[in-house]
Design a binder for this molecule. Structure first.
Ligand code: FES
Length: 146
């Protein structure tokens, strides 16, 4: 049976294919991976490549108190998703919705060019999550629910 790849081997592979240390760190630490059990909003999105991300948010007023992500996808998707929810934590809904590709890349530092769509998928998933949450809030306000 083939020996399981060590973290060092994986680091080497990702580094050689164009990931910055910071992006690899997000991928390997799996920071913010998971789901918030009592989340205020949970939304998923599948990209054209077939990879899926699911974001859960804990929101207080208009501020994101906690954010987690589950990713069925490539290392670029995992690194992007982990970095994005890390950036979103503590931000207002509007600030989080304004995180763009440049902002996410500043956090990741560098990924291979062909992985830009993975970062885009993370941003689209967060935007869809925020839109659905705000849509529900608007509906509640209109129907008099708390
Ligand atoms: Fe699909 Fe990276 S290949 S998100």
């Amino acid at each position: 049976m083939e020996k399981e790849k060590s973290a060092d081997d994986v680091y080497q592979m990702l580094s050689e294919s164009g990931y910055a240390d910071r992006a690899i760190e997000y991928f390997q630490s799996k920071k913010n991976i998971g789901i918030i059990e009592d989340a205020d909003q949970v939304t998923d999105l599948t990209g054209p490549c077939g990879d899926t991300m699911k974001i859960s948010l804990k929101i207080d007023g208009d501020r994101i108190n906690d954010a987690r992500i589950q990713v069925l996808g490539c290392p670029g998707a995992v690194a992007s998703g982990c970095a994005l929810v890390s950036l979103a934590k503590g931000k207002t809904l509007q600030e989080a919705g304004n995180i763009d590709l440049d902002g996410l890349y500043r956090e990741l530092e560098k990924m291979p060019d062909q992985k830009v769509h993975c970062a885009r998928l993370a941003i689209k998933t967060l935007q869809k999550t925020l839109e659905q949450y705000q849509g529900r809030q608007t509906y509640r306000a209109a129907s008099g629910q708390k």
